[in-house]
Design a binder for this molecule. Structure first.
Ligand SMILES: Nc1nc2c(ncn2[C@@H]2O[C@H](COP(=O)(O)OP(=O)(O)OP(=O)(O)O)[C@@H](O)[C@H]2O)c(=O)[nH]1
Ligand SMILES: [Mg+2]
Length: 434
């Protein structure tokens, strides 16, 4: 997709991840990213700002759990996501009326059918209304598309006044969602504005969607602002991203004007519409084999503060418990190792991950069965309390004793150890994982 941008970025990252992560290599990476973005018609100033951010952040302190190289890949991902739209914009799930606007040939009519498919798949009945009374073939084009996807169609062949067509359509159409296709012009001239404004004020749509062709690159900026000035555009759809090398420019330009891109189109059939999620988009664009794992890991690192407490030995059994709980919420235990910066030890753990995970689960139950006082002063837990906790948590007394002794040992050990030593320590055997 995006005519080579993806390949170029992938190539650059690939070369980078095979090398070290020193200054020269970061410089090279940034230069290649610059080149590929400029080739995709992304605004030069934006590219330079992004480059500076990458360089600045590349050598800041690496979050626990990530290598410097992973950190830099994550930084590249973050910075690209930021210029390509940051957060995913919400698509209305039950709009009643949608008005499409856009210049000549931008992809309005085909997009109307794509949108109809999208809402059909959500279980809504859709209607396509032809308010393009300028281009003679527009009526047939939309009618055929409607037949192809089995949507309701309304249009009036020969009628020159689009407002009359719209008024009749609103009376006749039975569908849940009305999608109104409008005519395009070569430029955003007064007559186009007049016409679309008239349609808009009669229809009072839930969505006014601007259709922008991806192949105009950063010129999308002018189009987006001009339309936003004339019509209260709610959302943008960027089309033809399968067939242009300038899509990067169009998407970044839209975002820079504050336009919300909700869909992109990537082909000519009614199925070729995709919800636009900048994060997923960039992940795909970079195609970095481990990007998803890396991002998971980086997310885990958000709990770094807590993990640090654990690693430094400065934790109560309650904090230890919280850690276990969050591990269970996060899924496989492997991630807690990553969180502690111990991912590389994973393979060495005897018994495999399943055994450990079962044990973690038990520990979770046990700690839940402890009273507040027992949690803050585990030393006070005598044999009769051990018995009560075991019964309450559906475990054996030996499990409870094992947890308490592991907790005590780990705490003591962590306090004594530097992080480097910790990694080499065979920690997990001491953890009680066998
Ligand atoms: N490859 C590709 N072609 C597309 C895409 N979207 C639209 N097109 C093509 O672009 C051309 C114009 O699309 P239309 O939907 O007719 O555009 P329009 O804005 O309605 O055009 P006017 O009504 O003349 O203003 C058609 O040939 C479409 O098939 C896309 O995502 N990918
Ligand atoms: Mg059209």
């Amino acid at each position: 997709m995006l005519g080579g941008l993806s390949e170029k970025l992938r190539g650059a990252l690939d070369r980078f991840t095979r090398g070290g992560a020193d200054r020269q290599e970061v410089e090279d990476l940034v230069r290649e990213i610059q080149r590929s973005l400029i080739a995709a018609d992304v605004d030069v100033e934006l590219v330079f700002a992004l480059s500076e951010n990458i360089k600045k952040r590349a050598f800041e302190q690496v979050p626990a759990g990530l290598t410097r190289r992973e950190h830099i890949v994550k930084v590249v991902y973050d910075e690209l996501t930021a210029v390509l739209g940051a957060e995913k914009s919400a698509v209305s799930l039950k709009p009643k009326k949608i008005l499409l606007a856009g210049l000549y040939g931008s992809g309005k009519t085909t997009t109307a059918a794509k949108l109809a498919r999208f809402y059909q798949k959500k279980g809504l009945r859709t209607a396509l209304v032809c308010c393009d009374t300028v281009r003679p073939a527009a009526f047939e084009q939309l009618k055929q598309l409607a037949e192809r996807i089995d949507a309701e169609f309304y249009g009036e062949k020969g009628e020159k006044d689009s407002l009359i067509v719209l008024k009749n359509a609103v009376k006749k159409v039975r569908a849940d969602v009305i999608i109104v296709d409008s005519s395009g012009r070569n430029a955003l001239d007064d007559s186009l504005i007049e016409e679309i404004k008239a349609l808009d004020s009669f229809l009072n749509p839930d969505e006014r969607i601007l259709v922008i062709p991806g192949d105009i690159g950063q010129a999308a900026k002018q189009q987006a602002s001009a339309f936003a000035g004339a019509l209260r555009i709610t959302n943008v759809i960027v089309t033809k991203l399968d067939a242009t090398a300038k899509g990067g420019g169009a998407l970044t330009a839209c975002h820079s004007t504050g336009a919300k891109v909700v869909f992109i189109t990537v082909g000519e059939t009614p199925e070729d519409l995709q919800e636009y999620d900048p994060k997923k988009f960039v992940a795909r664009l970079l195609g970095f084999p481990d990007l998803e794992t890396l991002l998971e890991k980086a997310k885990t690192v958000v709990d770094e503060e807590k993990a640090k407490k654990v690693v430094s030995g400065d934790f109560t059994i309650e904090e230890f418990y919280e850690q276990i709980e969050s591990v269970q919420k996060m899924g496989p235990l492997s991630q807690v190792m990553d969180m502690m910066g111990l991912g590389s030890m994973r393979a060495k753990v005897p018994g495999g991950l399943d055994v450990q995970e079962a044990k973690m689960k038990k520990w979770g139950h046990i700690i839940k069965s402890m009273t507040r006082e027992e949690k803050s002063n585990p030393d006070t837990i005598n044999p009769s309390r051990v018995h009560r906790i075991a019964v309450g948590s559906g475990t054996d007394e030996s499990d409870v004793r094992e947890l308490l002794s592991s907790y005590g040992k780990i705490k003591k050990m962590m306090k004594k150890m530097s992080p480097g030593k910790l990694k080499r320590s065979g920690l997990f055997r001491k953890f009680g994982f066998r």
